[in-house]
Design a protein around this ligand. Sequence first.
Ligand code: HEC
Length: 294
Amino acid sequence: MTRAPIMQAMMSKASLAACALLLGAVAPAAAAEEGGHGAHIERQAWSFGGFAGQYDKAQLQRGFQIYQDVCSACHGLKRVRFRNLVEPGGPEFPEESVKALAHGWANKITDGPDDQGKMFDREPKLFDPILGPFKNEKEGRAAYGAAPPDLSLIAKARNVEYTGTWWWHPVSMARDIATSYQEGGADYIYALLTGYGEAPADVKLAEGLHYNAAFPGHQIAMSPPIAKDSFVKYQDETGSLEQNAHDVAAFLSWAADPHLNGRKSTGWLVMLYLVVTTALLYAGKRVLWSKIPH
Ligand code: HEC
């Protein structure tokens, strides 16, 4: 008779202890993250965010200009072909101007072998990839201490790390699912480009590295490509560090996910189709069963 309540009490004590252990294990990890590597990254408003968002063609065109004028000095975009810049859903530059762009691109295509068995360099054509200056990673590393990564997929390869308290994490994840948040890569690139600054007194920078608030570890080999006093001016003579960073981050998001526009509009059509089909099936069922006594 008396044993059951005692057992119950013991069980609940044991489970409490287990909970406390679990909390104890999780809490310091969360605290370490807050003060440690995962930098807090502000979310930006993107035209292509959410369920219905689409790329803004003018922004992609400006973003490409930044890539061409600044980033292409170090970074390639090898999974993007010149002709992709013409296709619908992207920057949609006129074909003639992209042909001229490819023709004059500084980084040539190695082709061959020719009749003498030698490889040779030629000017890129519309179907060729957009290459950076380095033939391989080691060449890049030798030049800058760290290899500048190819930027074709960087917007998908990077994301923002969650930095809040551990107990809010599930809520934050649920909110991201509900709002279809997928712009972490763009948010990170924006934060990276605008995140340069003086290193705090307690940080000792290694030689050749620059302080960056968004980069994991905060020491990056890339010198600030754009800055408050040196940014790309657009055709209408306007521009700023922040706008350059927004535009190039949007452009790199397109490079990593060029079919977003089509995919999202097809999604809405599919939803509409499903709603209409459901209504038709329901109406059909009503008609069929109306003749049968039940
Ligand atoms: C002078 C050369 C140079 C230029 C110009 C340059 N970068 Fe970089 N970039 C680098 C190097 C070197 C790294 C590798 C840094 C490291 O790993 O420490 C890098 C890394 C990156 C990364 C990856 C950071 C990470 O999380 O690993 C991104 C994104 C990036 N650059 C974007 C850009 C964009 C966008 C531009 C143009 C606005 C640009 N870069 C211009 C040299 C350059």
